[in-house]
Design a protein. Structure first.
Length: 234
């Protein structure tokens, strides 16, 4: 028996029960605003970092907007750290997000500043949700953020009621993320058809219903997938 194992056994005999040195209580989970995603993941964990990633037009922005709307509906104050000045208040408000409960932080194309801003917001407290949008940040620039910086941010959000999100084209936080969701576009759905086309031509759809998004949970545990229809916000 190793020295560490023997020492643990001695402690357990003195305390009269199993000793879990690094055990952490399971985090509280909150709804994402998309029932299909909640069914696959159980919800978004408070006090943890969640990564949402995928290519352009993969539905990641639509999922972010749904999460913001759900948090605002819970009467929580949210913060959006916008690394590339890509946020559109008008379309976001039309999607149901209460702008009076949203702090918009513009970082003018600086990913490092975005991470530092998120760190300050988390440490300042008072936010139910802090989201970092690196969706339009070039992958090479996002990869320059060190794992040490991600680890420091993960430690900052621990033991807080804040849901911390990072949205990007690729996974950057890696092991520092407690939940990882990969978005992919499955297809486009249309409703209605145009009048009868000329002979030899196919009828063309006339009304865009939205895009069907495939969400795969990459962490924790085995992969679990979900699919939902969303408006084309990207």
């Amino acid at each position: 028996m190793s020295g560490a194992a023997g020492l643990k056994k001695q402690f357990e005999s003195v305390l009269g029960g199993a000793l879990e040195w690094q055990a952490r209580p399971a985090p509280e989970l909150v709804r994402s605003g998309v029932p299909e995603v909640d069914l696959a993941t159980g919800g978004l964990p408070r006090g943890c970092l969640t990564e949402i990633f995928g290519a352009a037009s993969s539905g990641r922005t639509s999922l972010l907007v749904a999460i913001l709307a759900e948090a605002a509906a819970r009467e929580e104050v949210c913060a959006l750290v916008d690394a590339e000045d890509a946020f559109d208040p008008a379309s976001t408000a039309a999607a149901g997000v209460r702008l009076d409960r949203l702090l918009w932080v513009r970082c003018r194309h600086n990913a490092e500043h975005a991470l530092k801003a998120a760190d300050l917001l988390v440490q300042g407290g008072g936010f139910g949700l802090v989201a970092m949008d690196f969706g339009d940040t070039p992958p090479a620039a996002a990869r320059r953020i060190s794992l040490t910086s991600w680890f420091r941010l993960r430690r900052a959000v621990e033991h807080t009621p804040t849901v911390l999100l990072a949205v990007a084209r690729q996974s950057n936080a890696k092991t520092c993320a407690s939940l990882m969701l990969e978005c992919a576009r499955e297809g486009t759905e249309w409703a209605g058809e145009s009048p009868a086309p000329p002979a030899g031509q196919e009828a063309c759809p006339t009304l865009l219903r939205g895009i069907r998004v495939h969400i795969a949970r990459r962490k924790p545990g085995r992969a679990v997938a979900a699919s939902f229809l969303c408006g084309a916000l990207e």
